[in-house]
Design a binder for this molecule. Structure first.
Ligand code: CA
Length: 227
C-alpha cells in the first residue's frame, strides 16, 4: 500500500483528506500533532509522502518538515496552508517542502499533487502505474481502464486521451493541447479528430453519454476531466 502521512489537528479536515486518499488508493496514516507525526514515521518507515498542516498544537508544520527532511531526505512533503498571508512565510521557509496546497482545496487538486509527488519520490522502488479517479482505475503498464471494477475496451488513442485527462483533473484542456499530447506535434490532420474521439470515449465511459459528467465540455476551449 502507498502510505501517506496526514498531519492535521482539525479532525474535520483530516477526515476529509483521509476519505479522499482512501478513495484514490492510498493508505492514510493520521497524526494530530507534531509528536504523533514523528511517532507514526518511526512506526511506518515506508511512508513516502507527508501532508503537513502549518498550525499544530505542539509545534508548526515547518518544524515538522525540517525534522522529517533531516531524517528522511527523500520523503515527498506537501504543506497545507490556511491563508494567503502565509504565502510569504512559505516562500521563505518551504526550503524543505516539495509543494503546498491552499485551503480550501478540492479533493482532485490534492490527489493530483500527491500522485505527482509519488511518481517522483517512489520511482526507485515501486513505479506508480495506477491512477484512480472516482469509479475509474487506469493502469498505465497494461494500458487498461476499469470502471467500477469492469474493464472498458479502449483504442490506443482513447487510452492516451483518458490518461491525459486523469493526470490533469479539473484542468481545462484545449483541443490543441489534447492534439499535441496524444497525436504529437507533427500531426497535420484536423483538430476535429479530438471531438470525434471524445464523443466515442463518452459513449464508453459516461453513465449518460448525452449528459456527460466525467469529460465535460469547456465551451470555446476544449474539455475537462470533471471528477
Ligand atoms: Ca491546524
Amino acid at each position: 500500500m502507498k502510505k501517506v502521512l496526514v498531519v492535521e489537528d482539525e479532525s474535520s479536515i483530516r477526515s476529509f483528506v483521509v476519505i479522499n486518499l482512501k478513495r484514490s488508493g492510498y493508505e492514510p496514516i493520521e497524526a494530530a500533532t507534531g509528536e504523533q507525526a514523528f511517532e507514526q514515521v518511526r512506526l511506518n518507515p515506508d511512508i513516502k509522502v507527508a501532508i503537513l498542516d502549518i498550525m499544530l498544537p505542539d509545534t508548526d508544520g515547518f518544524e515538522v518538515c525540517r525534522r522529517l527532511r533531516a531524517s528522511h531526505p527523500k520523503m515527498g512533503i506537501i504543506m497545507l496552508t490556511a491563508r494567503t498571508q502565509e504565502m510569504d512565510k512559505i516562500t521563505g521557509l518551504m526550503t524543505g517542502a516539495d509543494d503546498y496546497v491552499t485551503k480550501p482545496f478540492s479533493p482532485a487538486e490534492l490527489t493530483a499533487r500527491i500522485d505527482a509527488l509519488y511518481r517522483r519520490v517512489g520511482g526507485d522502488e515501486e513505479e506508480v502505474t495506477e491512477l484512480v479517479r472516482g469509479p475509474f482505475k487506469l493502469n498505465t503498464r497494461n494500458r487498461t481502464l476499469e470502471k467500477n471494477g469492469e474493464r472498458i475496451k479502449l483504442t490506443q488513442v482513447e487510452f492516451s486521451i483518458i490518461k491525459l485527462f486523469m493526470e490533469n483533473p479539473g484542468k481545462a484542456l484545449s483541443r490543441d493541447e489534447i492534439l499535441n499530447a496524444v497525436w504529437g506535434k507533427d500531426y497535420y490532420g484536423e483538430v476535429k479528430i479530438v471531438d470525434v474521439n471524445i464523443r466515442r470515449l463518452r459513449l464508453k465511459i459516461e453513465d449518460d453519454p448525452t449528459n456527460p459528467t466525467y469529460i465535460t465540455t469547456v465551451w470555446g476551449h476544449g474539455y475537462k476531466w470533471g471528477y
